[in-house]
Structure formats: C-alpha cells, structure tokens
Design a protein. Structure first.
Length: 91
C-alpha cells in the first residue's frame, strides 16, 4: 500500500485513514488472518521489549554490586544505575 500512496501522505491521519479503509475491504477470513498476525507481532514486540528491560535491570544490579564492593554510597549507586535505594539495600 505504501508504494501506491504519495510520499507526502504516508504519515499522519491520511495514512491511518487509508490503512483503515484497506482493512475494511478485507474478507472475513483475511481479517481473521490479519488480526491473528497482528496479535502475534505485538506479542513478539512485547517479548523483545520485556527481555531488553530485564537485561538492563540485571546489568544495573551487577554494576550496583560492584560499586558496593568499592564502598560507593548507596545514593550515588542509585543515581548511577537508576535502581531504587530500597533495591540496592537488598543486594
């Protein structure tokens, strides 16, 4: 669809309207397949975002532990890692 739409209309409300109009032209079977694919895609994106966030938190915990070994204050560790002071105190 994007190739058929002028570049100036490929963003914003006009493009959203065109996408909606295309969705309304789908048959019931095509719409079910589209909806299933859309849900799968959103699940995938959500899973990747969650994994990335978890990885960042684990990395921050490792950094906090190393800074604690160096006797750096909890306040500075919190500012540096973004971890709450309560979490750092549990380490």
């Amino acid at each position: 669809m994007a190739a058929q739409v002028p570049k100036s209309l490929q963003e914003g409300v006009f493009f959203k309207f065109l996408k909606l109009a295309e969705l309304n032209k789908l048959t019931t079977e095509e719409r079910k397949r589209y909806d299933a694919d859309w849900l799968s895609y959103n699940d995938y994106v959500g899973t990747i975002a969650y994994a990335k966030m978890e990885g960042e938190i684990k990395k921050s915990i490792i950094i906090a532990q190393k800074l604690m070994q160096e006797k750096i204050s909890i306040e500075i560790i919190s500012k540096t890692t973004g971890l709450p002071i309560e979490e750092i105190e549990k380490l």
